[in-house]
Design a protein around this ligand. Structure first.
Ligand code: SF4
Length: 232
């Protein structure tokens, strides 16, 4: 995407920014894939400025000011920063000059201060996962011959244990929780636990059409209230 120094970049609403203490991570999770970028320490310093209110030129001036860059090395640094901007612009949908801004930028400024003394960049692995896949239950209303799931009765986690797990996922700013397993409608009462659905976690449920036919639920209301989407 072409841009000039007078453009005002904003992190797109599709992306989230997370402070993993040892680095700042930009990430986007969909059902198809997780995409992420560990930000360089220089960009991490000014990431809250990418909110659509500052031009590239102003962000560049802020970097000069923060790092106390003197005139002798200005040209070299200016070129380096231009390259950093180019690489940010090359990340799929990450920056735009219009549209909604990432909800992550509503965090207070101090949220974006990592441990710069111990900053890991480039990073060979992330500190925390971006999305999580959960096999919710082994119960099922069907009895397919080819079934992979345990057919004998086996103990399942209770709601208190799930509450603990989902609270932890929310605390760790996991973007997407993909819930599958056997027939999750068998444990519907757990999924209706509103607290998980109203925070920053996004859920997807993998269901077979036959489950829906056997049980009657108001899916439209589900989508409205819980913001879920279904793969059938
Ligand atoms: S619907 Fe899936 S989980 Fe249920 S019996 Fe068939 S294969 Fe197993």
């Amino acid at each position: 995407m072409e841009y000039t120094l007078e453009d005002k970049p904003r992190i797109s609403e599709l992306w989230q920014i997370r402070n993993d203490k040892r680095n700042i991570v930009a990430y986007k999770s969909t059902m198809e894939s997780d995409t992420y970028a560990v930000l360089s320490p220089v960009i991490a310093t000014v990431i809250p400025l990418f909110d659509g209110t500052n031009t590239f030129r102003e962000i560049k001036e802020s970097i000069f000011s923060i790092y106390n860059i003197k005139s002798v090395s200005c040209t070299e640094w200016s070129e380096r920063i231009d390259k950093m901007f180019d690489s940010l612009m090359s990340i799929d949908d990450f920056l735009s000059t219009d549209g909604k801004v990432s909800a992550s930028l509503q965090q207070p400024f101090h949220y974006f201060v990592p441990n710069f003394a111990n900053y890991h960049y480039p990073s060979w692995r992330l500190e925390r996962p971006l999305s999580v896949r959960i096999a919710f239950t082994n119960r099922c209303v069907c009895d397919c011959l080819y079934c992979f799931a345990e057919r004998n009765h086996c103990e399942e986690m209770n709601i208190q244990q799930w509450i603990q797990i989902f609270d932890e996922l929310a605390k760790n700013e996991i973007a997407l929780v993909d819930i599958g397993g056997s027939d999750i409608l068998e444990v519907m009462h757990m999924i209706f636990y509103r607290k998980w659905c109203l925070g920053s976690l996004r859920f997807s449920f993998q269901l077979k059409n036959i489950f829906l036919k056997k049980k009657r639920y108001d899916w439209q209301e589900w989508e409205l209230v819980y913001g879920i989407f279904l793969l059938i």
